[in-house]
Design a protein around this ligand. Structure first.
Ligand code: ZN
Length: 308
């Protein structure tokens, strides 16, 4: 029952990307802007009176215009009218629902708002779409925030949910897209200092860990650099390593990788357990080292092995 109907193929859709949404609809990739759940096809009438629309780019497909079978134009017009009414109801329901929720509860919604341009940007930073989906990284068109002068500003932002083990949502981090004096901010009163970021929230923390500064860096490290068998965690900044250090205090091997110029904090972190903890000093931020200076897994593994 829950296998996607082959008629989706006739609508020009990637049938394998579709999953059962409810009794009368299926969700899958949009043929125009991609994604994995943004195209919704209503299948409550007999084929070809099926209608599909993308939540993100608004692309529409009317199956009856795509297939060469007879249909009743009056019935199709009535269906279209009914569809429009339902759409309006759904849009209103969504507006009310979103207003009720805080960002804590809508990380999945925000993930669905990523466009293909956004995904391209993350991929150019070394983070592929599959990882964006897995970690529910998203986008919001308008994040209000205060600058140093306490003026309220607005910017579109990428949303990075900070999950603890078992995908427990801890806080939301925003990467502001318009360049301001603050690039990363956290949800009000939920500073990143209390939490660490997990690149594999469905896995337990292993015995060997790498702790980076910043979620994006930790994802690049996890995906492109670490040898087999390591857990990668991140702190939000050089002075917020405490939560990650506490969570890994019984680990047999810990590598601390801060941005250049953080020697004071690095020493503090290593001092929490000198036997197991080593500082890795790179001349560049680790994601820049990977993207621009040719750091690869082999070199990085050697660097870990030789860390003091
Ligand atoms: Zn689309």
């Amino acid at each position: 029952m829950n296998k996607p109907p082959l008629e989706l193929l006739q609508m020009g859709l990637d049938v394998n990307s579709f999953t059962y949404s409810d009794r009368k609809s299926w969700r899958g990739a949009c043929p125009k802007c991609g994604g994995n759940r943004r195209f919704l096809v209503f299948t409550d009438n007999e084929f070809p009176l099926w209608f599909g629309r993308c939540d993100i780019c608004g692309m529409e497909i009317k199956a009856w215009t795509k297939v060469k079978v007879k249909y009743d134009p009056i019935r199709a017009a009535a269906l279209q009218a009914e569809r429009e009414r339902e759409d309006a109801e759904r849009a209103e329901y969504r507006r009310v629902k979103l207003a009720e929720f805080t960002t804590r509860e809508i990380w999945n919604e925000l993930h669905e708002r990523m466009t293909s341009d956004h995904i391209d940007w993350w991929e150019s930073q070394g983070i592929p779409e599959g990882i964006l989906n897995y970690l529910h990284i998203g986008y919001t068109a308008d994040k209000g925030f205060y600058n140093k002068e306490k003026e309220l500003l607005h910017s579109p932002a990428f949303t990075i949910p900070w999950f603890g083990q078992g995908f427990k949502f801890n806080t939301m981090q925003y990467r502001l897209i318009n360049d301001h004096d603050r690039r990363y901010i956290f949800e009000d009163a939920l500073g990143g200092g209390k939490f660490y970021y997990m690149t594999e929230p469905d896995q337990p923390i292993g015995d060997k860990v790498v702790i980076c500064e910043g979620a994006k860096k930790s994802i690049v490290t996890q995906f492109w650099l670490i040898p087999e068998g390591f857990t990668v965690l991140a702190a939000s900044s050089a002075n917020t390593f405490d939560a990650a250090l506490e969570a890994t205090k019984d680990c047999g091997l810990r590598y601390i990788i801060m941005d250049p110029g953080s020697e004071y904090w690095e020493k503090k972190a290593v001092a929490t357990n000198k036997k197991t903890t080593h500082a890795v000093r790179l001349p560049y931020k680790i994601d820049d080292a990977w993207r621009d200076y040719g750091l690869d897994r082999t070199t990085f593994t050697n660097i870990l092995t030789n860390a003091i």
